[in-house]
Design a binder for this molecule. Structure first.
Ligand code: PMP
Length: 452
């Protein structure tokens, strides 16, 4: 990691904490065995290369977007055919209509939509629409759900310290304390808690915003009927239901989580997999709500909104997703990986859970039989996970060092990648389970995990 370390030292002089997104340096919040943030030189297909010449099978995929594989040829060619025609017009372009039709075909709940550039922008706009439509100001979100870094949602996103309990905590300095008064936070999957809070506060609540699968907390799944329960409560109390499908949209299937669980939200946000890496997002939903966006009513803008280059990428991505057996492949690959990882851990007597869906999943070290919310997730042994991540990285397989970030697979991951990954996993088991200091002292700390 010599070159990464050298570049990181230089970066520290230019960028706060040496990075351009706090998510890329986690040392204060999550255990890490690597000495510094890696610098990546290039990525192609299922692989990523760092500046020290190491090659990894990539399961981070840029936190999810790279559904087809890095630098996917059809997308690359389409974009470069288009970029010679100009990048930004500040006027409309026919491709917007083309892509919107395709998005709508996959997500019919998006009766009207607007394009944006990032998930953060999309959730910010959806919340504004919900507030304007309902004439109410509070929002309800859930502990451990991440919706971007704008003020309204920067609460209780990564509350890893038990001492804070279930208090609503800003996840950043600089968020005005007045905004906290507009946010209600509940534990996810608790049917009674959300009902009780909404019963009490509904006159002031504009929206419930939720990830339909907890994509920022190790792919925790909704309990049976939970999303329907949220739908019913929103109908009963005149509250907008926002599904933040920035991670699940176009990843867990063409119709996203809303199709998987058969729940129609009022508003939806999508981003990542829509562009396979190009910056693109969309928010949309009920016609009557989205029609609030116009001069004199709800503001939405953006110099780069609906830029033709990102939309060209999105158009091609959607074509590939619709025409090629992408989800069949992702499902097969992920299913096998989930099963074999589980079997290997069981064979070594390590208590664990493998959870999520094949396109987006995680393995966790815990004695629990199920993880339903963010508090329970904190009881998993993330130090052991980080040790595993490091051993896998040394063997050419890249998971995120934070076990809360799911493992993603892409259409470019091959059978050989799967075999190499599973071999690396088997090979990592011993070193990860019993990490030793250079003088041979067993540093296994875990009381949370049973290793027989
Ligand atoms: N919503 C969800 C569910 C996300 O996972 C993320 C990013 N990880 C965002 C919103 C914010 O998206 P962006 O990073 O593109 O602003």
């Amino acid at each position: 990691m010599e070159n990464s370390m050298r570049l990181f030292m230089e970066s520290l002089k230019l960028f706060p904490a040496g990075v351009n997104s706090n998510a890329r340096i986690r040392r204060e919040m999550c255990p890490s065995f690597a000495p510094c943030t890696l610098f990546i030189k290039r990525a192609h297909g299922s692989h990523i290369w760092d500046v020290d010449g190491n090659k990894y099978i990539d399961y981070r995929l840029g936190y999810g977007p790279v559904i087809l594989g890095h630098s996917y040829e059809a997308v690359r060619q389409a974009v470069h055919r288009h970029d010679k025609d100009g990048l930004v017009f500040a006027l409309e372009n026919e491709i917007e209509i083309k892509v919107a039709h395709k998005v709508q075909k996959c997500l019919p709940s998006m009766e009207l939509m607007r394009f944006a550039n990032s998930g953060t922008e999309a959730t910010m706009a959806a919340i504004r629409v919900a507030r304007a439509f309902t004439g109410k100001e509070k929002i309800m979100k859930f502990h451990g759900h991440y919706h971007g870094w704008h003020d309204s949602v920067m609460f209780s996103t990564e509350q890893k310290h038990k001492k804070y309990g279930r208090k609503i905590m800003p996840a950043s300095l600089g968020v005005p304390s007045e905004i906290k008064k507009l946010v209600l936070v509940e534990d996810w999957n608790n049917f009674a808690a959300v009902e009780k809070t909404l019963k009490r506060h509904h006159r002031n609540v504009a929206a419930i915003i939720t990830e339909p699968i907890m994509g920022n907390a190790a792919a925790i799944m909704p309990h049976r009927g939970y999303l329907k329960h949220l739908r019913e409560l929103c109908d009963r109390y005149d509250v907008a239901l926002i599904f933040d499908e920035v991670k699940t949209g176009f990843r867990v299937g063409l119709g996203g989580a809303q199709k998987m669980f058969r729940v129609r939200p009022d508003l939806t946000t999508v981003a990542k997999s829509l562009g396979n890496g190009y910056p693109i997002a969309a928010f949309g939903g009920r016609e009557d709500m989205m029609n609030m966006i116009r001069p004199g009513k709800v503001a939405h803008g953006g110099t780069y909104s609906a830029n033709p280059v990102s939309l060209t990428a999105a158009s091609t991505v959607l074509d590939v997703l619709m025409k090629k057996p992408v989800f069949k492949r992702l499902n097969w690959y992920g299913r096998r990986m989930m099963a074999e990882i589980g079997d290997m851990l069981s064979a070594h007597g390590v208590s664990h859970i493998v959870q999520g869906v094949p396109e987006m999943f995680q393995f966790l070290f815990t004695r629990r039989e199920e993880i339903s919310n963010y508090n329970e997730l904190q009881e998993c042994d993330m130090i052991l996970y980080a040790a595993f991540q490091y051993e896998m990285m040394r063997r050419g397989v890249m998971f995120d060092e934070d076990g809360e970030e799911p493992i993603y697979v892409s259409y470019s991951h091959s059978k050989k990648d799967l075999e190499d990954t599973l071999d690396a996993f088997e090979d990592s088991l011993h070193d990860a389970l019993i990490p030793r200091t250079p003088v041979g002292i067993d540093t296994r700390l875990s009381e949370k995990v049973k290793i027989l």
